[in-house]
Design a protein around this ligand. Structure first.
Ligand SMILES: [Zn+2]
Length: 396
């Protein structure tokens, strides 16, 4: 429960505790650096993991140059690989579709700008607030251990993962506690949320004090929980919400400095491939799926048949349609308005979504033209090898 009495005093106690914790955290980090314990060598590695201060970073800040892709050259190259005209192994030795790109600041925003000698200029907005991106880059902990003994695992030309296996850095519970304390600001925290409440919160969520004790203290949360457990947990007015963000790339902002240190690889028949290089980038997914497919969709249907799809009011064939459900016709009539103003099928839902997106895009464009006086930009889409005509833009 929130503390009602002695809130002021609690804040003093909290402030003292966080100061001590901050000193302890920094000292441990300092002594680790000054006289470090030997690094841990996991089973999958021949070398020990890197300490935080041993980690390197790619060039950060702006303006900076990097290696990227031409969205249209990539599309053409991929098509010729899929048709068998071009050997996929060319990707290992040639820089297929690659162009240089500049990441720069413009009006407080960060943009990627690049020129293809064949397809012209591509510009893509990477961040709407350069200050925020600078803060994100400042907090980048550094690249993982350099990949080694991995010729069969990572061999994908420019898309090759060069750094480690994504050893997410875990603090011990003790260091995690100190880190929370160090960053807790008693004067900015809500009055009824003292430090002890916050620590209980973490204990409740992560069972820091042990599973059995947590169950007893805050009530169980597993499928066997009782009403008493649920009430116990709900008596706590604070909830812990964890927000995490992740930046995925597309062909317009593709950056090889990022794919080469990817920590979310796909396990494929051709080794581990960076998430972005697999799903976008040169598009390893399409190439590998094409190489290892055992049938085309048409062939599969021919040999295995096609199971029926019950959509657009098509009746489902059942042995019996008897049921014990009683439906009040008046209530049933109230479920949806008779006018057809809500999507009734997945297809209608998709159409409504595309219409809303198109309207929002139109409003945004009008705002840019009329309020910001920005010139009308030329739209280049991946799905087309030429600029899209005005009349083709309406997707509804
Ligand atoms: Zn190009």
């Amino acid at each position: 429960m929130p503390r009602i009495h002695g809130q002021g005093l609690m804040k003093y106690v909290d402030r003292a505790a966080t100061t001590v914790a901050g000193v302890a955290f920094d000292s441990i980090q300092f002594f680790n650096k000054y006289r470090p314990n030997p690094s841990f060598t996991p089973k999958w590695s021949d070398k020990p993991l890197l300490k935080s201060w041993q980690k390197t970073k790619p060039p950060l800040g702006w303006p900076r140059q990097t290696d990227s892709l031409c969205p249209l050259c990539v599309k053409e190259a991929r098509a010729s690989i899929l048709s068998g005209e071009k050997d996929w192994k060319d990707l290992l030795t040639e820089k297929v579709g690659e162009i240089k790109a500049t990441i720069l600041e413009r009006d407080g925003q960060i943009w990627m700008v690049k020129d293809c000698p064949i397809h012209g200029r591509f510009e893509d907005l990477m961040a709407v607030d350069s200050g925020f991106l600078a803060w994100i880059e400042k907090n980048f902990p550094g690249r993982d251990i350099r990949a080694h003994n991995d010729a069969h695992l990572h061999n994908h030309g420019s898309s090759t993962i060069l750094h480690g296996r994504g050893s997410v850095r875990w603090f011990s519970n003790f260091m995690l506690g100190l880190a929370i304390l160090k960053n807790y600001n008693a004067s900015k925290a809500p009055k009824s949320l003292a430090l002890i409440d916050l620590l209980k919160k973490f204990d409740k969520s992560f069972a820091l004090s042990g599973e059995a004790r947590t169950r007893k203290e805050y009530g169980a949360s597993d499928p066997d929980r009782t009403l008493e457990d649920a009430l116990k947990r709900r008596s706590d007015p604070w909830n812990l919400l964890f927000i995490a963000g992740m930046w995925f790339q597309d062909l317009f902002n593709s950056d090889f400095r990022r794919t080469e240190m990817c920590i979310i690889p796909y396990a494929t028949q051709l080794g581990e491939i960076s998430f972005c290089a697999y799903n976008t980038g040169i598009g390893w997914r399409k190439i590998i799926e094409n190489m290892y497919k055992n049938a085309t969709v048409a062939e599969w249907y021919k040999t295995h048949g096609k199971h029926e799809i019950y959509a657009r009011g098509k009746e489902v064939r059942l042995a019996s349609t008897q049921h014990s459900l009683l439906v009040d016709p008046l209530d049933a009539a109230r479920v949806r308005r008779k006018e057809h103003d809500v999507p009734m099928t997945a297809a209608e839902e998709e159409r409504a979504r595309r219409k809303a997106a198109w309207e929002a895009q139109q409003a945004h464009q009008l705002y840019e033209e009329l309020v910001l006086n920005k010139p009308k930009g030329k739209l280049v889409q991946i799905g087309s090898a030429r600029p899209v005509e005005e009349t083709e833009k309406v997707p509804v």
